[in-house]
Ligand binder design. Structure first.
Ligand SMILES: NC(=O)c1ccc[n+]([C@@H]2O[C@H](COP(=O)([O-])OP(=O)(O)OC[C@H]3O[C@@H](n4cnc5c(N)ncnc54)[C@H](OP(=O)(O)O)[C@@H]3O)[C@@H](O)[C@H]2O)c1
Length: 290
C-alpha cells in the first residue's frame, strides 16, 4: 500500500513511520515538502504521489499560542484539512485524520460519545473542530480519530516535561481537576495503520471515532505515575486549574467513550500506564532520561 503522511516529524507521525514502513511504502512529508499554512500546496503533492491512503498527522498543536495566532492555526487545522479531503476524494484515496478531545467543553460528567454536542473552549479546539467538519463536508468517507494528551519518546510532551522537572525539583504543583486520558503516540499510530489496512480491505467505517488511553486520570495523577515508574522521588501537590492560569482555557472532564472504534475496526482502548513504562525504557536506552 502506498501511504502519504503529512507531519513527518511529529510524535504520532514518527511512531507511524516506524510501524508502517515495515510492510508498506510510506511517503512522509514535512513542512519543507508541503507547508500546510499554504493549504493549496496539499493538492499538488497528493496528485504527484497518487497514494492509496493519506494520513494527516500534521497540525498546529501549540494550544496556548493559538490564542494569539488564530489565522495561522485555522489555515493548518481547518483549510489545509479541507484541501486534503477534497484531493483525497478526487484521487479515490482513503483519508485518515486526527482530532482532539478539546472539541468538547468538558462539562460532561460521564463519557463523551462521538455524536455528543461539541463546544470548544479555545482557538485550537475550534480550528480542529472546523477541520473535522470541513473534511467530512468535502469527503464523507474520511475517518477522523479524536485523541487526547499525546505522549511519546519524541518531541515535547507532558511525560518528557515531568521527567525533565524531576531532575531539577523535589516537589511540584500539578493541576488535579482536569481529568482525561493520556494516549501514547505509538498506540495512535498502530490504530491508524489498522484503520488504513482494514479500509483497504473494504471496511465500511467512516466519520468520527474516539481513541483514548485508559484509565481516566488527572494531570496530577498522571505526573505521580510518571515519577513512580521512573523511580523519581518528587512530591506532587494537587492544585486547581484556577491556580495555574494559561492563555487558553481547557476543558475539565474529557473522558471519551471508545466503543465505536472497537466495533468498526477492532481497536481496543490502550492502557496508557504500559506505554509510560515503554517510553521511559526507550528514553533510558537512548541515554535520554533526564
Ligand atoms: N499533542 C497532543 O497532546 C494532542 C492531543 C489531542 C490531539 N492531538 C492531535 O493529534 C495529531 C498529532 O499530534 P502530535 O502530538 O503528533 O503533533 P506534533 O508532535 O505537535 O506534530 C505536529 C506536526 O505538524 C507539523 N506542522 C505544523 N505546522 C505545519 C505546517 N504549516 N506545514 C506542515 N506541517 C506542519 C509540525 O512540523 P514541525 O515539526 O516542522 O513543526 C509537526 O511535525 C494532531 O492532529 C493533533 O491535533 C494531539
Amino acid at each position: 500500500m502506498r501511504i502519504l503522511l503529512f507531519g513527518k516529524n511529529g510524535q504520532v507521525a514518527r511512531c507511524f513511520q516506524e510501524e508502517a514502513s515495515e510492510r508498506h511504502e510510506v511517503i512522509a512529508l514535512g513542512r519543507d515538502d508541503a507547508d500546510l499554512s499554504q493549504p493549496d500546496t496539499a493538492a499538488a503533492v497528493i496528485e504527484k504521489y497518487a497514494p492509496e491512503v493519506i494520513v494527516n498527522a500534521a497540525a498546529y498543536t501549540a494550544v496556548d499560542r493559538a490564542e494569539a495566532e488564530k489565522e495561522l492555526a485555522a489555515l493548518i487545522n481547518t483549510q489545509a484539512v479541507r484541501e486534503i479531503a477534497r484531493a483525497a476524494k478526487i484521487i479515490g484515496a482513503h483519508f485518515i485524520h486526527l482530532s482532539t478531545d478539546y472539541v468538547f467543553d468538558g462539562g460532561c460528567e460521564g463519557r463523551y460519545h462521538e455524536d455528543d454536542t461539541t463546544n470548544p473552549l479555545n482557538i485550537y479546539g475550534s480550528t480542529k473542530l472546523d477541520g473535522e467538519l470541513a473534511a467530512l463536508e468535502e469527503f464523507d468517507q474520511t475517518v477522523i480519530i479524536r485523541t487526547s494528551w499525546v505522549f511519546s519518546e519524541y518531541g515535547g510532551n507532558f511525560v518528557k516535561s515531568m521527567l525533565h522537572l524531576a531532575g531539577e525539583r523535589d516537589a511540584l504543583s500539578v493541576v488535579d481537576d482536569q481529568v482525561g486520558g493520556p494516549t501514547a503516540a505509538r498506540d495512535i499510530a498502530h490504530a491508524i495503520l489498522m484503520v488504513a489496512e482494514k479500509k483497504q480491505r473494504g471496511a465500511k467505517g467512516k466519520g468520527v471515532y474516539h481513541l483514548q488511553g485508559t484509565p481516566p486520570i488527572s494531570w496530577a495523577g498522571f505526573a505521580q505515575t510518571i515519577f513512580d515508574e521512573a523511580g523519581k522521588n518528587v512530591i506532587v501537590t494537587p492544585i486547581a486549574t484556577s491556580e495555574y492560569p494559561t492563555p487558553a482555557k481547557r476543558p475539565l472532564h474529557t473522558v471519551l467513550d471508545c466503543a465505536r472504534i472497537e466495533r468498526d475496526f477492532g481497536i481496543s482502548q490502550p492502557d496508557w500506564r504500559i506505554a509510560v513504562r515503554q517510553v521511559i525504557d526507550a528514553l533510558n536506552k537512548e541515554g535520554n532520561l533526564p
